[in-house]
Design a protein around this ligand. Structure first.
Ligand code: NAD
Length: 322
């Protein structure tokens, strides 16, 4: 298929574009910043450009990964989030429908499920169990609000046109340090997050490929590494996560201690990707067991950690609309 990939210069895009090519797809990359996988430098918010690209490049499917996201909140006005994340998504959806294309993959975020009470800690029943049925949805910032609205646009356009749309609520896969959590930091924090809320960028790319190839109708999916817990563990996870972890991984504490790392004392939310496995046949290849395997064997960690990484969009300040 000839695929329009937005955000092709970004962290996900630069991993996804070569994966699509190895599966025989032809990629037309659209990004406001130049990059190896970017064919057209321009904005998804530019409606004329989007319609031109979709019509003139023989685009057969769209993967819309380009966005302003959480770290951009400090750098861009709210209007830019509306322009890029809402208007940009609507432009792409309508251009795809006009061209009669059957498939659209939208990169959304688990962040839109993180309400103030979720962010504050565990719920009354323990760790929040967050699958696609989690609600009510009440995003706490402009990133989540615009991604949620973009999701609703996807649902509306799919309902009216019949276009197949996959909405991928993706957990974290960024390589830089977390901008809010300091302890534990660096690779220790990332390793811990594979228990409940992270996946590798390679697995995120594979999920997009699976969605592109398998989607029917309009479906929403939570993407994260498979958690080594069951729903029944939720109460104990919020009180004593180490006890739960020890039941599945008796040597985790010792392996961590050897690395000078600490396991989380409490886990207050768990992203559940079971639906993506069921409907898309996708399961993240890198999970917490793989982290422990690497600690055991002394191999390199199976995830990227790069404190220096910054989004290519920052080179575009102030954001161009054309
Ligand atoms: N990084 C994460 O942990 C994470 C987690 C969940 C969801 N996501 C989502 O995954 C997608 C990719 O994120 P990423 O981590 O690769 O971010 P990134 O910032 O590295 O890449 C995003 C790309 O989008 C481009 N872009 C911005 N505005 C654009 C516009 N108007 N038109 C076209 N391109 C534009 C940027 O230049 C950048 O190259 C985003 O939709 C993001 O919301 C990311």
């Amino acid at each position: 298929m000839r695929i329009l990939l937005t955000g092709s210069s970004g962290w996900l895009g630069r991993h996804l574009a070569p994966l699509l090519a190895t599966r025989g797809h032809e990629v037309v990359g659209l990004d406001v910043s130049p990059g190896a996988a970017t064919t057209i430098v321009g904005s998804a918010a530019n409606r004329d450009l989007v319609f031109q690209v979709v019509a003139h490049h023989g685009i057969e499917a769209v993967i819309h990964a380009g966005a302003l996201h959480k770290p951009d909140i400090a750098r861009f006005p709210r209007q830019a989030f509306v322009d890029v994340n809402v208007t940009g998504t609507l432009n792409l959806l309508e251009a795809a429908v006009q061209a009669g294309h059957p498939r659209f993959v939208f990169t959304s975020t688990t962040s839109l499920m993180v309400r103030d009470d979720v962010r504050a800690g565990a719920g009354q029943a323990g760790a929040w169990w967050m699958d696609e049925s989690f609600g009510p949805i009440a995003p706490r910032n402009v990133y989540g609000i615009t991604k949620r609205t973009a999701e609703d646009m996807c649902r509306l356009v799919s309902r009216e046109s019949g276009m197949g749309v996959a909405i991928l609520r993706t957990g974290r896969f960024f390589p830089e340090d977390d901008d809010t959590h300091a302890v534990p930091s660096g690779p220790n924090l990332k390793a811990n997050e594979f228990l409940n809320r992270r996946l590798t960028v390679g697995d995120a790319a594979l999920a997009h490929l699976a969605a592109l190839e398998r989607i029917e109708g309009c479906e929403t999916f939570v993407l994260s590494a498979p958690p080594p817990f069951a729903r029944e563990d939720a109460a104990e996870l919020a009180l004593d996560a180490r006890a739960v972890i020890a039941r599945s991984f008796p040597d985790a504490e010792a392996l961590y201690a050897k690395a000078g790392w600490v396991l989380p004392e409490r886990i207050e939310r768990v992203y559940d990707p079971a639906k993506a496995e069921r409907l898309l046949g996708w399961r993240a290849q890198t999970d917490f067991a793989a982290i422990l395997d690497a600690l055991r064997s002394g191999a390199e960690m199976p995830f990227a950690h790069d404190p220096e990484w910054i989004s290519p969009v920052l080179g575009q300040l102030p954001l161009r609309s054309s």
